[in-house]
Design a protein around this ligand. Structure first.
Ligand code: SF4
Ligand code: SF4
Length: 134
């Protein structure tokens, strides 16, 4: 296996299925497949097409993200908490509607905010996604 490609990232279970490697591979040597059992996207590398340029590994966030340099570039300072990163303010909360809170992800934040925005006329509609039942 070639360590200059995303193959090791996938083998190590560090791939998030973001698709960056597929978009940037100049040889179109990477194809996205679906692991039906785990319900995740998995890139598969065609070794016959690959010329080992290393671009996919370089752009892949799976094996490393340089948070220090990203924070310096974007915010001009390092973050106090490497996991949270730089932020202006931080809040926690949940929907006060019992059904929304317990039938939504993350306490129903997005659902509740969208309902509010629709009710007060901030938005006319919302395009949302959901899991597909098989
Ligand atoms: S760039 Fe890395 S994390 Fe994103 S799909 Fe490719 S291997 Fe996975
Ligand atoms: S090493 Fe280069 S050619 Fe090979 S899969 Fe990665 S980006 Fe494509």
């Amino acid at each position: 296996m070639n360590n200059n490609t995303i193959s090791q990232v996938v083998t190590d279970g560090l791939c998030t299925g973001c698709g960056t490697c597929i978009a940037l591979c100049p040889k179109e040597a990477i194809k996205l497949t679906i692991n039906e059992k785990k319900g995740i996207y998995v890139p598969v590398l065609n070794e016959e097409k690959c010329d080992n340029c290393g671009i996919c590994f370089e752009v892949c966030p799976g094996h490393e993200v340089d948070f220090k340099s990203l924070n310096l570039d974007i915010f001009g300072k390092e973050s106090e908490d490497i996991l949270i990163g730089n932020y202006l303010k931080c809040y926690i909360g949940h929907s006060t509607d019992h059904d929304i809170r317990y039938n939504s992800a993350s306490g129903g934040h997005v659902t509740q905010l969208l309902i509010f925005a629709l009710e007060v006329g901030i938005i006319d509609g919302a395009l949302v996604t959901r899991m597909k039942r098989k």
